[in-house]
Design a protein around this ligand. Structure first.
Ligand code: NIG
Length: 405
């Protein structure tokens, strides 16, 4: 593998002000220092085959880790978007057999090849926004065969694309063509045991009219016994007491949290190793009158995560920078550092991928270079913020050449 020198980056996230260069060897960050120092300390290695990129007008941040997405799907749901704009709420659309069931129908109809093509095209786009690791859930097949198909495609995507894919088996809803009891038995006795081969994460949509607390407990327990790590969609629309369940089950993360009591917030903060995932784009696209209660969790800044929640229903948004902008509008977050951490180091640690999400010597060389002055401009220019260049495992991918302004 060729080494890579990112020369004279004008601002490196987490480093003192001033230009720094980053020397990357075998996909790992070897040195971060002013160029003269790198020349002195890494001199002989620089003479080996080495790519050099002049980064004199670029800002570097760690590659984004998108910790909650539903990126693999077919079809689109703009009709539902406008329906919600006109006053329908997310759950009533779902209860009428629309919403995610519409995507389930499209995914069941799609061939494996078509789904793979869709997934890779979305991954290309995510990569262009600076995402270098992404969690993707199944959950649009619901039946055994289509869920299996989705999970196998996620594996193919991970093998094919530079972005690392972390697959999750998501129990998303009871399908319209099967009785509730039969479905729960199928998930418990067939899907959870079989799908452990394809996914080490398990998630469930705990929500009024979707799955209730005893059903969630039953499936989470089974998943836990089968060795999955656990995340949970909870408290998106109603306070359904999912936080206590997540804590009892040793879950790693709880996601959405638009309704959160101070008691549950204290429970999350008091539970070491439990992360809170906020999805402002989904709140906006669902026209939710509630706002994710990140304000109640500010004492655990290293366990706060922001994600795109990219999906065709509640979040047709794939850009981390745009989601950071939304976090400013929606939550009035005003610490850009917190937002960068919530899209890099925190989700990496949440997913137990401690080798990334940071620019440090010894870390995996996953970096994004933006044509910006410094990282605080990422949420500010959030809606117009494609990466100039993405480095993944030490290989450099030019996305867009910055123009002179
Ligand atoms: O995280 N809430 C459940 N799942 C997704 C939405 C999926 C869909 O509507 O297609 C979410 O918002």
């Amino acid at each position: 593998m060729k080494h890579l020198l990112l020369k004279n980056i004008s601002d490196v996230y987490g480093q003192p002000k001033g230009a720094h260069s980053i020397f990357i060897r075998d996909g790992v960050i070897q040195a971060i220092a002013p160029f003269a120092e790198i020349e002195r300390t890494c001199g002989p290695a620089l003479k080996e085959p080495c790519g050099v990129l002049d980064c004199s007008r670029l800002t570097a941040v760690p590659g984004f880790v998108d910790g909650h997405t539903h990126l693999l799907f077919a079809g689109s749901r703009e009709d539902e978007f406008y329906l919600r704009a006109s006053g329908e709420d997310y759950l009533s659309v779902l209860n009428k057999g629309g919403g995610l069931h519409q995507t389930v129908n499209a995914v069941r109809r799609a061939s494996g090849e078509e789904l793979l093509r869709n997934g890779l095209a979305w991954l290309d786009l995510a990569f262009g926004f600076g995402t270098t690791t992404i969690e993707i859930k199944s959950g649009y097949g619901l039946d055994l065969e289509t869920e299996r198909k989705m999970l196998k495609i996620l594996k193919r995507m991970d093998e094919t694309h530079p972005v690392d894919v972390v697959p999750t088996f998501l129990v998303h809803a009871v399908p319209k063509d099967m009785g509730r009891r039969k479905y729960l038995d199928l998930v418990e006795n067939a899907m959870i045991p079989e799908f452990r081969e394809y996914a080490s994460w398990f998630d469930l949509f705990l929500e009024k009219d979707v799955f209730d607390l005893p059903e969630a407990e039953r499936l989470l327990r089974k998943a836990k016994d089968a060795g999955y790590k656990i995340g949970l969609h909870t408290n998106q629309v109603f306070d359904i007491k999912g936080v206590s369940l997540a804590v009892d089950m040793g879950a790693r993360h709880v996601d959405h949290l638009e309704v959160l009591s101070p008691g549950d917030a204290a429970l999350i903060m008091g539970t070491a190793g439990l992360y809170a995932v906020f999805l402002p784009s989904a709140e906006i696209h669902a026209f939710s009158e509630k706002t994710g209660r990140i304000d109640l969790l500010m004492e655990m800044p290293d366990r706060l995560v922001l994600s795109t929640n990219f999906n065709p229903g509640t979040s047709p948004v794939l850009s981390p920078a745009a989601v950071m902008a939304m976090a400013v509008w929606r939550y009035r977050l005003h610490d850009p550092r917190l937002m960068v951490e919530a899209f890099t180091r925190n989700p990496a640690d949440m997913l137990f991928l401690h080798d990334r999400g940071r620019i440090e010597t010894g870390a995996r060389a996953d970096l994004v270079l933006f044509a910006l002055d410094h990282a605080a401009q990422i949420p500010y220019y959030g809606t117009i913020c494609p990466a100039a260049c993405v480095v993944k495992n030490g290989a450099c991918y030019q996305i867009g050449k910055p123009h002179e302004i």
